[in-house]
Design a protein. Structure first.
Length: 84
């Protein structure tokens, strides 16, 4: 499974999005607001799940973190950059 699909599956599992499949999540669409419609509580849960699954450090409330969480694509490149 590609990293992007792994992230999509993690989003679905950690946020209990039962009616959503990997194919329903656009890799480049915003995760919050108009895109997938996630909120700040979803962001916290997703952040914890990503830390746990991918062993990356995420700074809370930083502008960089907001940018990383923009879309599945931006999360994937952040995780890859953290893995070194």
């Amino acid at each position: 499974m590609s990293l992007q699909n792994e992230i999509k599956q993690l989003i679905i599992d950690c946020l209990d999005l039962e009616d959503v499949s990997i194919e329903d999540i656009d890799t480049d669409a915003p995760l919050f607001g108009d895109g997938l419609g996630l909120d700040s509580i979803d962001a916290l849960e997703l952040g914890l799940a990503i830390k746990k699954q991918f062993d990356v450090k995420i700074e809370a409330n930083s502008e960089a973190t907001k940018a990383h969480f923009y879309s599945v694509a931006s999360l994937a490149s952040f995780i890859e950059s953290q893995r070194g």
